[in-house]
Design a protein around this ligand. Sequence first.
Ligand code: ADP
Length: 766
Amino acid sequence: MSCGIWDKKLESNKMDSKEEILTTETVNSTIDYNEQIHIPGWIQSHGALLVLQEPDFDIIQVSSNTEEWLNIPPENLLRQNIKCLLESHQIDNIRKNLAGDFEYINPVKLSIKCGNEVKLFNCIIHRNDRVVILEFEPSEDKSEPDFSQFYQLTLPTINRIQKSVNLHELCAIIVKEIRKITGFDRVMIYKFHSDDSGEVIAEDKREDIEAYLGLHYPAYDVPQPARDIFSVNYLRIIPNINSQAVELIPKNNPLTNQPLDLSFSVLRGVSYCHLEYLHNMGVMGSMSISLAKEGKLWGLIACHHQSVKYISYNKRVVCEFLGQVMSIHIPIREQNDNLDYKVTLKSVQSEVIKIISESEDLLTVFRNIGSKLLTIVGATGAVICLEGAYHKIEKTPSDAEITALLNWLKNRIDTDIYSTDSLPIIYPPAKEFKEIASGLLVQEIAKVQEIYVLWFRPEVSQTVNWAGNPEYPIEIESDGTMKLCPRKSFVEWQEIVQFHSLPWQLYEIQGAQEFKTAIVGIIMRRISELAKINLELEKSNSELDSFTYIASHDLKEPLRGIHNYSTFLMEDYGEILQQDGREKLETLVRLSQRMEDLINALLFFSRLGRQELDKSAINLNELIANVGEVVMASKPDVSFEIRKMDNLPAIYGDKILLEQVFSNLINNAVKYNKKDAKIVEIGYKETDESASIIYVKDNGIGIREKHQETIFKIFKRLHGQDKYGGGTGVGLTIVKKIIERHGGQIWLESNYGEGTTFYLKLWNQE
Ligand code: ADP
């Protein structure tokens, strides 16, 4: 639209076709634009330019048209002092102003005696390239606004701008007002997209000319160097594309021996290529004003005229000022775009946050949210990946496709949020499910636990209306050099864009982030609840500790006393006691002994819960052989057989505690067995995981189904105290506790009267 550079010649030996298509990147990386844009070596003809050397203000370079404007030929100015043109008070004024800020001093009004007549000029001064540059523009336009009227001229527009609700309204006001002030045939707002292409988003024009509203322009229509200049020099005017190029004399800045840097100049010459571009567009006069958002070039106010169009300096200042005012309002007006949608989004987001705050756990959150999860980001499908399972809402890819996508994502994303509106382009397998997921938004909730939410959007094949075919043509000249050509045709050219979804808007992405923040709240709340429970547990554990201490120490002492005194009584007075009295004393000894056994078992059990496990890889074959020997030795009167499978797997665990487990189980297998040939079998089964199932099988009395849970409860026995050699009813409770502390499981199968098998699931590795 503005400064296209088309005629930079590219050296090429390889190009053999007449016309080739280049990508924007190729073009940008191949051409050195800088030379062309800020140092064109010439100025436009609607003013004259003098270059002064400080401190004396000697004229060291001039534009070749000085005679036309100042009535003095260039050779009479060159190497002279500025005194030859200006009066001393004018020079003093310039000198004084140079110390200040150029934005405040420009333009300096100068009346200059040119031959017999006195002419009035707007002199625009700036310092650059180690010199002072004076640009003289005639100031004869009587309709030119005086700066005292500036306030009145801009105030109504500023009021309107302030009242505008959204970007659309803001742009509409600006194009209208600028056109009213300047009288251009067409005034447009041209917005740069993230890929640097541009789009006309507002337009005010003469009724009889065709509309450009909605047209897109390729990125290289405003190449990067032109954007750079727009970032520092906010207004550019080209009154007449056919005006004569005015060269500078001498060609180079004598102080640098390089072409003069005209980046800040108002008369700066235009690249021939851009002139050709404007010509092809049917434009004779143009003006462009930069629009910035948060310090970055956001777009342009582009003005076109089919005939010559000069805008006075003061009017230009008004337009530039309005451009600045608009720039200030862009961020907030952009935020107000789609206000209704945003309000709906916000209200659903707060409902979701309420659900989250009232939910106990993540699964409940996800179950209760339902399709609201889609609304908060404007998606058509979502999947929650939680504990290895996929909870799907409406339209999503298949489980296998999600797994593959997640694997791809894990290597790709390093932030906790990721979004794309063209998934099939960057991840080709997504072409298979483009109707569901051409757009993807991923919010990582907890990396370690692998909790993710994936939102999807379907493909929307969009039609982009380009102002002419955006592909880049190159022509090869007869000498073999390449020439980039301005587009000759601006006839609308439609492109169908595939594999894209509607873009994720910033506020939608923020919806996903807020969702995470609220969810993290729940996780944190859960953690703090757990911490509280832990604290309480610790407290009750320590109370239990003191209890077991009392039980083991304080209770055991008098108990031992009772036991000892009963024994003494039996020994010393047994003979004088009646049979009945003796039997009572024997019961007393037996009961106190049993009570001590119970207290010791309780003590052992309570310690078991808190003691640190001392884990290592354990050879189960050796462990069971040892335990078997001990059990055999402890039951010399009982005959039984232990059959152990060969090559039992290695188990990762606490050796002493696992010995306790197998000792209890083998003891019980022998104890609760009335058969003459008592057999205990020990074997294992493999599992899918790195765990093994070990079993201890007997041919004993069996356990009825209704008792199969009870037997694991502390102090629970199924038989009278005297039956099967007695016991405390703690053995299996301890076994279960040890297995659970190893992260394992215990269960049993039994046929009453035939035998019982206990199964233990234990891990082979850490
Ligand atoms: P204890 O053996 O000291 O009574 P346990 O906790 O080891 O305590 O066992 C609880 C009860 O489970 C036992 O009293 C017994 O009735 C039953 N039991 C344990 N193992 C077996 C088994 N292999 N066969 C039949 N019953 C069993």
